[in-house]
Design a protein around this ligand. Structure first.
Ligand code: CU
Length: 191
């Protein structure tokens, strides 16, 4: 089912005073430095479940869980301010739920960890680690839909979870995704 939402644009009009000095023209700011990956203690949020005996991880990732970045976030994480860690060799199942009222999203795990362009290469780091039609505004995971992917986190290392809808990762729709060689699992950052 498609849902439609009305966007209200609130425009604040400044007073048109006659005698005020003109504002100094803004220089174009240099590109913001990539924020460091969060370093705090790992926690196990209720959206992530690890079965050590079965060597599986299940997580529910909601695009637009909060309104941060105009809903362009994964469980509220964006701009690399969250790190999800899974143990190497475990089978990872991710349910991508799209709660953004307006916009398609997608999810994939890639080797790139920063500096995303407008259209990230939709090549997953692990077989199966990407949702269908990930760059399509009309055929990716649409508002109200859920899509499930499953893959083996085969090789330890630092990866990213990104959205491939044009402009989303560049705007900040990515979080860190690490595969731990020493069986660690959990989340750092807002969760
Ligand atoms: Cu997106």
């Amino acid at each position: 089912m498609k849902r439609f939402a009305t966007l209200s644009l609130v425009v604040t009009l400044g007073a048109c005073g006659g005698g005020e000095p003109a504002e100094t023209p803004q220089q174009s700011a240099p590109a913001a430095a990539q924020p460091a990956a969060p370093a705090g203690e790992m926690t196990m949020p209720d959206w992530m479940h690890v079965d050590a005996a079965a060597r599986t991880v299940h997580m529910t990732i909601t695009a637009g869980l909060t309104d941060a970045k105009n809903y362009w976030n994964f469980n509220g994480g964006h701009d690399g301010n969250m790190t999800i860690t899974v143990p190497e060799g475990f089978t990872v199942t991710i349910d991508l739920v799209n709660k953004d009222p307006n916009m398609a999203h997608s999810l994939g795990i890639v080797t790139q960890t920063s500096g995303f362009g407008a259209m990230p290469e939709p090549t997953p780091a692990f077989d199966g680690a990407i949702t269908a039609n990930p760059g399509s505004m009309t055929d990716a995971t649409m508002p109200g839909e859920t899509e499930t992917i499953r893959f083996a986190a085969a090789t330890a290392g630092n990866y990213s979870m990104v959205c491939f809808i044009p402009g989303h990762a560049a705007t900040g729709m990515y979080v860190h995704f690490n595969v731990s060689a020493d069986e660690k699992a959990g989340v750092q950052g807002p969760s």
